[in-house]
Design a protein around this ligand. Structure first.
Ligand code: ZN
Length: 523
């Protein structure tokens, strides 16, 4: 028999075996018993909290021919065929988000169910629908056929248009408690003959942070070790951070030891460490530091640095590139510390007067070399900002905005989540025929964008036939540039060609670029 992952194997068969979400369960059962079923539901809440399972159970129960007290009979035709029922249609909006897919759905929904009372559409990650898809969907939601029920599920309710929200009955799924998750872990472990103690079950439950699916997939991985599952084994297998390890990161920070820090992050990357967990641990550590400093202890980080770091780290939760972002946030703090210690004025003067003669800085550069990928240098940054203002107009901006939206939607179609998490928070500030200037709050995301800008420009050219150079500034940088621009409103901006730089210089530029912020400030 093929191995079935625990989460699927123990998917609840009725509301009695669904763990957690007791209030929602009761409301849904009552609505079934009293025959008060609405045509559209919206299930929102964190991932792994049972939204899809609940939706499927609800679909099964309302289609059962002989339900008893809101529990399906498991004997009638719709019950027996429920797993393969053509009347329960699951759609992943992350990959079917376009207007054409929704039009197909609309045509399909008009056809009567094959053998059940209701045709139930479960649309997962519904916030991923494009604007035009929402408009098409709204039409059917306004006048749904009698036999159709929609259950929309989302982790991001704030992205659901208000016109849709107002037409749905809403249920907000909460994180499942550690006790309930641990209870289910112990129950399943007993059935599967997995050896585990209560302490380890609690530990897995706390790592899963309210998600049953995550908890069971952790259990799945651990059970393959064929040893008794203990807290030690869990820490060993997942590289769960101990307090000492977090302290190690901060030791590297204080010493400016980038090489060691790289090593630590490589190790995490290999172990497939849960990045959300890493963020929580670092935040906790920063919090204790902050309290220490407030109560009078000295530390190499200032309160402001701690706050900035914490704010940037919070934004890394659930991001695809989280580990890279966390690393960049920490590294950018290291470079600040080093630049405070060494005399930044001397370095900056040399860089500015002799931008190509970097050999004398080689030792310094090697020490500061963080990424070998070319990052946009400070000079190019300045040129791109300038060129964005040359011939910038509202019309250009509007035109670009439209293409940009189409482009982002295409990226969703390609399920290019990594790219998307980077693109969707950017604000378009200035657009000229040759350049675009974006802004974003987080400096680490701006850094990451500029690192990947070549790739994005290539994609834009391929998919939208737009040949344009881009640059991303932090909100603060953008405000400064804007002020400057308004101040110089009579100045004539003229287009500057970007210099062609060979690879060697680019690599060293990337290291210098990390200094760039401080260098600019010093001058
Ligand atoms: Zn039945």
């Amino acid at each position: 028999m093929a191995y079935k992952v625990l989460y699927r194997k123990y998917r609840p068969q009725d509301f009695n075996t669904l763990f957690g979400q007791n209030t929602i369960k009761k409301l849904l059962i009552d609505s079934i018993i009293n025959d008060k079923i609405s045509h559209a539901y919206l299930f929102s809440g964190p991932r792994g909290t049972g939204k899809t399972s609940t939706a499927k159970l609800f679909a099964k129960t309302i289609n059962c021919e002989n339900p008893k007290d809101g529990i399906p009979c498991n004997k009638c035709m719709p019950c027996i065929n429920y797993e393969q029922s053509p009347d329960i249609i699951e759609i992943d909006a992350a990959s079917n988000n376009g207007v054409d897919e929704i039009r197909d759905l609309r045509d399909n929904a008009k056809i009567l169910p094959a053998f059940s009372k209701y045709k139930v559409y479960i649309i997962d990650e519904v916030h991923m629908l494009s604007q035009s898809a929402w408009n098409a969907f709204l039409k059917i939601l306004e006048e749904p056929p009698k036999h159709v029920i929609f259950i929309l599920a989302t982790t991001e309710i704030q992205k659901i248009p208000i016109t849709i929200l107002s037409r749905c009955q809403r249920f907000n799924f909460q994180k499942i408690s550690v006790e309930i998750i641990a209870e289910n872990i112990l129950r399943i472990s007993k059935l599967e003959k997995i050896k585990i103690n209560q302490e380890a079950a609690n530990y897995i439950a706390s790592l899963a942070d309210g998600g049953m699916r995550d908890a069971l997939s952790l259990l799945d991985q651990l059970s393959k070790e064929e040893k008794e599952i203990t807290v030690d084994l869990i820490q060993e297998s997942f590289g769960v951070l101990t307090e000492n390890e977090v302290e190690e990161i901060f030791n590297c920070l204080s010493k400016g030891d980038i090489e060691k820090l790289e090593g630590i992050f490589d190790e995490y990357s290999k172990k497939g460490l849960d990045t959300n967990l890493l963020i929580s641990k670092i935040l906790n550590y920063l919090y204790t530091l902050e309290i220490g400093i407030v109560s009078g202890k000295k530390h190499f980080l200032s309160i402001d640095q701690i706050k900035t770091m914490a704010n940037e780290l919070i934004k890394c939760y659930n991001k695809q590139d989280a580990l890279l972002l966390i690393k960049m946030i920490i590294v950018s703090n290291i470079s600040q510390i080093i630049s405070q210690e060494k005399n930044p004025e001397i370095i900056s003067r040399e860089i500015i007067s002799k931008p190509t003669e970097v050999t004398s800085e080689k030792e310094e550069s090697a020490e500061l070399k963080i990424e070998s990928k070319p990052v946009i240098s400070d000079d190019i940054k300045k040129i791109r900002i300038n060129n964005a203002f040359v011939g910038a107009s509202k019309q250009e901006k509007e035109k670009f905005k439209k293409s940009w939206e189409i482009f982002i939607n295409k990226e969703i179609d390609k399920s290019n989540v990594e790219m998307l998490s980077l693109l969707e928070d950017l604000s378009i500030e200035v657009v000229s025929p040759t350049n675009v200037l974006f802004s974003i709050k987080s400096s680490s995301t701006a850094l990451l964008y500029n690192e990947k800008s070549n790739l994005i420009e290539e994609e834009l050219l391929k998919s939208e036939k737009i040949n344009i150079k881009t640059i991303c500034l932090t909100d603060d940088e953008w405000q400064k540039e804007k002020k400057q621009f308004i101040k110089n409103k009579d100045k004539e901006y003229s287009y500057i060609d970007e210099p062609k730089i060979n690879e060697d210089v680019k690599i060293i530029d990337s290291a210098l670029d990390i200094f760039a912020e401080e260098i600019v400030e010093v001058n």
